[in-house]
Design a protein around this ligand. Structure first.
Ligand SMILES: *[C@@H]1O[C@H](CO)[C@@H](O)[C@H](O)[C@H]1NC(C)=O
Ligand SMILES: *[C@@H]1O[C@H](CO)[C@@H](O)[C@H](O)[C@H]1NC(C)=O
Ligand SMILES: *[C@@H]1O[C@H](CO)[C@@H](O)[C@H](O)[C@H]1NC(C)=O
Ligand SMILES: *[C@@H]1O[C@H](CO)[C@@H](O)[C@H](O)[C@H]1NC(C)=O
Length: 301
């Protein structure tokens, strides 16, 4: 029942074909990158629902799907690369038909399982490509915010995420029966998606229109000291910004030794910038005049 969602990777396949035969030295990203499709459907009742679909390269939204008309929107200047307008139109038609089928099947499962409306389905599928040239496909579906069913891409099989959920077991059995679709899904996630991810990495890198990797910039300063006469610690602030992807580690060193977690340390957590990079502020309270040296230490891919 979730298979209509595979159509977007099929786009990637078409895109990849346009890029020609397999590249002799395929581009490898300096950091791991992910191409992900998200499909969120709200079933209000048997006759009414809302749908939303999008594709993301890392955290960057590249395509969205207006599910009422099945029109694909291109959110990046390069997102339309690879297919002719006619091919995009054909694809929208195919998606439209498949979504209708998907809705029909979902309602059928919901009615057979006596599932109460309203309910929400969320599907996340795609692939990641690592700098060491390995890749991994994934497909995870949730119902009402709880893990429902996943696809083991290497094993080529479906499994229910909650062994006692009758709806998930029923759906798993339906999906396992469809062997052809399983083989297709495996191919799409292991081959088609990865090829498309490689071509995006190549294009994005060459055009430099988007960043899939940005180095952090760190600035250290002392917050304005308290008024004279009040004995208070000085707050050292380390502002780290402009980095992508999100994972980062920031630590303070006192005389070359890492300061352990505790009351002296405070962090803003990782926050988004407007340009899709991230920032973080970490502060350390120090006693003035103690004769120590301090450094802010940043580790990022
Ligand atoms: C990105 O482009 C630069 C030149 O602009 C090239 O040296 C580098 O190898 C490319 N990296 C990837 C991952 O394609
Ligand atoms: C289905 O839900 C929609 C939106 O919530 C509502 O407008 C409509 O009246 C409902 N139809 C039935 C048959 O319950
Ligand atoms: C390749 O890199 C990924 C991500 O860092 C890692 O999970 C995987 O184990 C690595 N595989 C090999 C064969 O080194
Ligand atoms: C940490 O910083 C936040 C603001 O950045 C502040 O509200 C909070 O009180 C601080 N916590 C401590 C323990 O200093």
């Amino acid at each position: 029942m979730l298979l209509p969602l595979l159509l977007l990777p099929w786009v990637w396949g078409a895109l990849a074909d346009k890029w020609g035969p397999p590249l002799s030295s395929p581009p490898l990203p300096p950091v791991s990158v992910t191409l992900r499709l998200l499909q969120i459907d709200v079933f209000h009742n048997t006759s009414s629902m809302d749908m939303q679909g999008m594709a993301l390269l890392g955290d960057l939204e590249t395509h969205s799907l207006d599910c009422s008309t099945c029109e694909i929107r291109f959110l990046q200047p390069w997102a339309q690369q690879g297919l002719t307008p006619k091919q995009w139109q054909d694809l929208e038609l195919v998606i439209h038909r498949s979504l209708s089928d998907f809705i029909h099947k979902m309602n059928k499962v919901a009615q057979q399982q006596g599932k109460g409306y309203p309910f929400v389905t969320q599907v996340s599928l795609g692939c990641e490509l690592h700098p060491n040239s390995t890749s991994r496909g994934f497909y995870d579906a949730a119902v009402n915010g709880e893990d429902f069913i996943s696809f083991d891409v290497d094993g080529g099989t479906w499994f229910a995420r909650q062994g006692d959920n009758l709806g998930a077991l029923y759906t798993r059995d339906l999906l396992i029966q469809n062997k052809g679709a399983t083989i297709t899904l495996q191919f799409l996630l292991r081959t088609t998606c990865v090829n498309q991810l490689k071509s995006f990495v190549l294009y994005v890198n060459e055009s430099q229109e988007s960043h899939l990797w940005e180095r952090p910039v760190a600035v250290v300063f002392a917050r304005a000291p308290p008024p004279a006469g009040t004995p208070a610690p000085v707050l050292l602030v380390c502002h780290v910004t402009g980095f992508y992807p999100r994972p980062v580690r920031v630590a303070w060193l006192q005389d070359g030794e890492e300061v352990g977690l505790g009351g002296r340390l405070n962090s803003s957590g990782i926050l988004p910038n407007a340009d899709l990079t991230y920032q973080l502020r970490s502060s350390l309270a120090v006693e003035p005049g103690a004769g120590h040296s301090y450094a802010c230490w940043v580790q990022h891919s």
